[in-house]
Each structure stands twice: as C-alpha cells, then as structure tokens.
Design a protein. Structure first.
Length: 380
C-alpha cells in the first residue's frame, strides 16, 4: 500500500496502479493511513524551516484541509497532484518509506550474520548470496556447488561410505536461502532456520531431514524412499509433494500446510505408524498443540507467500506478527503494551519497510513505538 503512496507522490503511477489506489482509498482505514502519511511529510517540512520546505508544508496542509471536508470516502487523486509536484521540484527521494519525526527513530541497520554451512568434518563455511563457487571440505573434496542464494547437491559419483554424510545449513534473521538436495528435492529456508540433511541419499535409507525453523519443500517423488521432515514436536512424511513446515524451537507453533499431494503427520516422540498417522490433504494445515494434532482448512498463501518475499497476515495475533517481523527484518521488538498481543490484525506487505508496517497497524489499533538501531520498543 505504501509503495502506491510513494509512486503517487512521485507521479509515477500506472493507470492500473491508480485504479488500485482508488480502490484502496475506499476503505476508511486506508484513507486515514494516507492522511497520516501526508501529515508526516508536512511535519518534516515544518521542522526543516527552509523556504522550499515551508512552501511544501503549506501545500500539503492545504490538501489535508480539503480532504477533511470531503463527504465521500474516496480520495480524489487529483487533489494530491500538487504534493507530487512539490516533492519532485525539491528532488526528495524517500527510498520507499518515510520515518515520522513524531516517533523517536534511528534507521534500522541490518547487521545479520552470514549464512553458514557446517560440513561433516566440523568445518564451517560462510556463504555470501552473491557468490557462485564450488565448496570443498578440509581435504579439498567437492561437497556442493553454490549459485548465489542456492546450494546444488549432485547425485552423481557418490561416495563409498556405508553411512550418511550430513551438512547443516543455518539461516540468520533477515535472510533466506534455497537448497536442491541430491534427489532433486527443492527446499526454501526462511529466516532464523536451520536444516540438517545428507549430502547424498543412500538406497538403504529413507530420506530424512531435520528442521528447526520454517521451510517450504518441493519433494521429488520416490515411492521406495519416503521423505520425512523431522522437527522437535511433529514429523511430516511424504513420497513426493509440495508443503510448508514451520517449527521454531523457541515458539509453540509447529505446523504443516499442504499445497499438493498427500502428507502424513505424526507425533515426533513416536515411531511412524501408518495406522496412527494423520493424513493431510491439499489446503489443510496440521497444527501440533498440547501434544495433539489438529487439522483445519486454511488459505495456503498465508503460509507460503514468504517464499516470494511477502508478509501475509490474516487475523493473526499481534504477538505472533511481531515474531515474524523480528525474523524478517533482523530486529528485536520489545512490546511493553501487552494488551496488543491479543489483537488480531490483517495485512499483506511486500516492499514496505518495518516503519511502514507498524504505521499501518497503528491505523487499526493505536500505539506508539521507537526505533533505535535494531531495537524496537512498543508502548501504549
């Protein structure tokens, strides 16, 4: 939504985007968010105390005055063209977002540690997403090929060992990464996650991987070798399908969501039993809670859109939203306004900054916040 605001102010909306903005502004809450956005700009210009800034201040103030007296809920886009002209004349770029001076904020600086790959011999390789290289072990033997944000394991050649050889990929907050396993299975790993897996699957073993965090799997079909995602509380067993698993050890929120095919889920404290495992169908979510597995029909996009860089919230509790924001932006959020944790909010974000997202939620339920580096504090 804020992306459309920014493009409007820079007079770069396409006809389709202008229609989208008109539609969004039919909603009273979105309209208020737009007004707040303009007020923030107005306050900044007033604070700068420069002739050009003061001029912009009065232009925006005039526009806001008009909007308050307009009887319809739909903004007339042309009213705000004057704002765009002012901003262009001042050559001001907001980089996709604006931090209000009324909030006590300093920029969020992403200091996420590097992605790491732990090899079988205990050595640790740091991965840079812009690199493409062949990764070798301490003896100089090829382990895997990196192509930027993707690790490609080969099924060719193989090794003579009778045991499985494992690697462990760890993704810090603020990052995402992908793996293609030796069987062709494609794995998308979310921020704050780690996956332990064989560098090559052997015929005499099932295909087992160990997840802490969240990952989306596109499993290569192999009827003779079931593929199992093992987590702390619930395991997910498949033959070949697409599904999402979320199981962060520091959160009581383990679940599996099926996109296509069929999966079996069962308690991680038990061995797999086909007669006791719960069958999940496409569009369903298995949720482990209080030692039980519940199944519900869900909107798949809510659980898979993160693979496309989107944040998708549908009637989600505020405290759970904050945890996702922490992982996505590599920040620490301290919410002292605990009553907010029970609020349920909805919103979809793609290119918005953390500040923009918090401002959007402020239009639904009032609160204050401060940003100091990577520390965000929410207050009443």
């Amino acid at each position: 939504m804020y992306n459309l605001f920014d493009k409007f102010l820079s007079d770069s909306l396409t006809p389709e985007e202008e229609d989208d903005l008109q539609f969004l502004l039919k909603d009273e809450k979105n309209k208020k968010a737009f007004e707040a956005y303009l007020r923030d700009l107005r306050d900044t210009y007033a604070a700068l105390q420069e002739p050009s800034s003061v001029k912009a201040y009065y232009k925006i103030k005039t526009v806001l005055g008009r909007s308050k007296h307009q009887p319809t809920k739909i903004f007339n886009i042309n009213w705000f063209k004057v704002v765009a002209i002012v901003l262009i004349s001042l050559s001001i770029s907001y980089g996709g977002y604006y931090i209000a001076t009324k909030q006590s904020e300093t920029p969020v600086i992403n200091t996420a540690p590097l992605i790491t790959l732990e090899l079988e011999d205990g050595s640790i390789k740091t991965l840079n997403e812009i690199n493409s290289e062949i990764i070798t072990d301490s003896k100089g033997k090829k382990v895997v090929t990196q192509k930027q944000n993707l690790l490609l394991y080969s099924n060719e050649g193989g090794h003579e060992e009778e045991k499985l050889i494992y690697n462990k990929l760890t993704i810090p907050y603020g990052k995402k990464f992908q793996i293609v396993l030796s069987d062709g299975t494609h794995v998308f790993l979310n921020a704050g996650s780690s996956l332990r897996y064989p560098i090559k699957f052997l015929d005499k073993f099932d295909r087992d991987v160990y997840l802490d965090g969240e990952a989306f799997f596109e499993v290569k079909k192999d009827a003779e070798h079931p593929f199992t995602v093992i987590t702390e509380k619930m395991n997910t067993r498949v033959l070949g399908t697409k599904f999402n698993v979320s199981s962060y050890k520091n959160e009581d929120n383990t679940s599996s969501v099926l996109v296509s095919g069929i999966i079996n889920v069962y308690n991680a404290s038990e061995n797999y039993n086909p007669n006791k495992a719960i069958i999940i169908k496409p569009g369903q979510r298995a949720h482990f809670q209080e030692n039980n597995i519940d199944v519900e029909q869900v909107n798949i996009l809510k659980y898979t859109s993160w693979t496309e860089g989107k944040l998708f919230f549908v009637e989600d509790r505020f405290d759970l939203i904050l945890k996702k924001l922490e992982r996505h932006f590599n920040v620490s959020i301290n919410n002292t306004y605990t009553a907010l944790n029970k609020e349920f909010l909805t919103g979809t974000f793609e290119t918005e900054s953390l500040s923009q997202i918090l401002k959007t939620f402020q239009t639904y339920t009032p609160f204050n916040y401060t940003i100091k580096g990577t520390i965000i504090t929410i207050t009443k």
